[in-house]
Design a protein around this ligand. Structure first.
Ligand code: GLN
Length: 487
């Protein structure tokens, strides 16, 4: 067994006992990346020297802080390439930010660095996080470690593939409409999208500012909770971040769900859902019931509008956020005869087709004459979706449902059909529109051996409840321990 196979909690135990050093662990992770990333293409940038330097610093710190109970000290981490880290490029999977070196580090990353985590590199993503398969990256597609002919999901597909392939124990992703939860589901790992405002967005390169969240992907609920807790909290650099105390997350051996009420929304078991996905979710719900949870049928009646609402609001916000990439301040410039010529050639030549589609959709939805009919209307329906959750959370503490209607699909299978790709997001978009937290974790496999993920959604700022439920489940099942055969 390589040290790269250790989960965060396992690595922490050995580091604390002095049985391994962070340098050994980091070296094992770098070796594993070298051995497997040609196949997976999870990484866009690897920083071996920087990582080993940080590992040595963590080893020195562990010696001087004998009593340290910090589970993150000396643990390697991969970061999705839409989060900034000084000393590393940040491309957002786009040619328009090729070789861009940001002058700042994202607050979430900074907090993890302060806790002593080792940043080993940046992971692949759909261009500007727009996509559900990582096929929209300008730098090539990432492969699913369970089946290399399939997508890892997206847009945080690089992070999901890296964690599932045991290249790193944990990774950061971002989730605007499902980009942490859906790849976690497709790759058989655990991922959290925190409540909007729980984790600072400073240094998260903006896609849809009212929806964007920085999340974590890892092997278990326990691993993800450790990283999430260290990133959470108010940041003066993000006015929407909030200082709402995080209730202690019960981990260890706890598997008692008595007193927890879980709702199963009928709108999430629709026609068209892969029957094996539904079967695995129903089985997992029975496991939760056997641990003492009270299971209730609930209704989120406006779920069917999530796709059209999201695909107006997210592109509208994106069209404004992406206006800054004009070849003047960031990234490469295509020269031209006039300022407008430079803008047009740079944007026309460097943005990929999905990004162009979103900018056009968003610009149209915001244009005078259409604003009320599209953007204004979408905001009203967003309010109804939010209201659905407020109603449901009067009766239950969390909602349990599938993450996605299918397991991982074949690379290229949705290539010329953007609408089919958008429909993949149906179950993950509502949490972003409502701002509530969501968590994905593996609950079995389909007939092809591809992982199925269950999603939990909870009240604003109650991530703790989601960790408690998924952790209890992982105490009595071992789906999260299955690893794909690679290498
Ligand atoms: N698939 C969705 C989109 O393309 C969500 C992406 C995300 O969460 N970043 O917009």
């Amino acid at each position: 067994m390589s040290l790269a196979d250790l989960s965060l909690v396992e690595a922490y135990t050995l580091l604390r006992r002095g049985e391994i050093s962070s340098r050994e662990l980091t070296q094992a992770v770098l070796d594993r990346i070298t051995a497997l990333d040609d196949e997976l293409h999870a990484f866009l940038h690897i920083a071996p020297e920087l990582a080993l330097e940080q590992a040595d610093a963590a080893d020195r710190r562990r010696k001087s802080e004998q009593s340290s109970e910090n589970p993150l000290l000396g643990i390697p981490l991969a970061v999705k390439d839409v989060l900034t880290v000084t000393g590393m490029p940040c491309t957002c999977g786009s040619k328009i930010l090729q070789d861009y070196h940001p002058p700042h580090t994202a607050t979430a990353v900074k907090r993890l660095q302060a806790a002593g985590m080792i940043i080993v590199g940046k992971t692949n993503t759909d261009e500007f996080a727009m996509g559900s398969s990582t096929e929209n990256s300008a730098y090539g597609v990432t492969h699913n470690p369970w089946d290399l002919t399939r997508v890892p999901g997206g847009s945080s597909g690089g992070s999901a593939s890296a964690v599932a392939g045991r290249l790193v124990p944990v990774a950061l992703g971002t989730d605007t409409g499902g980009s942490v939860r859906q790849p976690a589901s497709f790759c058989g790992i655990t991922g959290v999208k925190p409540t909007y405002g729980r984790v600072s967005r400073f240094g998260l390169i903006a896609y849809g500012s009212s929806l964007d969240a920085c999340g974590v992907l890892g092997r278990s609920s326990e691993d993800v909770a450790a990283v999430f807790s260290a990133m959470a909290g108010k940041d003066p650099l993000d006015a929407t971040s909030q200082e709402i105390p995080l209730k202690p997350i019960p981990l260890g051996g706890s598997q008692d769900l008595r007193g927890v009420r879980i709702g199963v929304p009928r709108e999430y078991f629709i026609e068209g859902i892969q029957p094996e996905v539904e079967a695995r979710i129903r089985e997992a719900i029975e496991v939760l019931r056997s641990l003492g949870a009270e299971i209730k049928q609930v209704s989120l009646p406006h779920t069917e509008y999530a796709v059209p609402v999201y695909y107006v609001i997210a592109p509208a916000e994106a069209s404004a956020n992406l206006a800054r990439y004009d070849g003047i301040r960031f990234g490469p410039r295509v020269e031209g005869d006039s300022m407008w010529d430079i803008f047009t050639r740079t944007r026309g030549g460097k943005f990929g087709s999905e990004v162009v589609r979103r900018i056009m959709l968003g610009t149209y939805a915001l244009s005078s004459g259409y604003y009320d009919a599209y953007y204004g209307q979408a905001q009203k329906v967003r309010g109804l979706i939010k209201h659905d959750f407020e109603q449901v959370f009067q009766d239950v503490d969390a909602v349990a449902c599938p993450v996605a209607p299918t397991t991982a699909f074949k690379i290229g299978s949705h290539g010329d059909d953007p609408l089919a790709m958008y429909l993949e997001d149906i179950f993950t978009l509502p949490a972003n529109l409502a701002g509530v937290p969501g968590l994905a974790f593996p609950v079995g496999f389909d007939g092809k051996g591809l992982p199925v993920g269950m999603q939990l959604m909870g009240r604003h700022f109650d991530e703790t409840c989601l960790f408690k439920i998924s952790h209890a489940y992982q105490q009595v099942t071992d789906w999260h321990k299955h690893a794909p055969a690679l290498g």
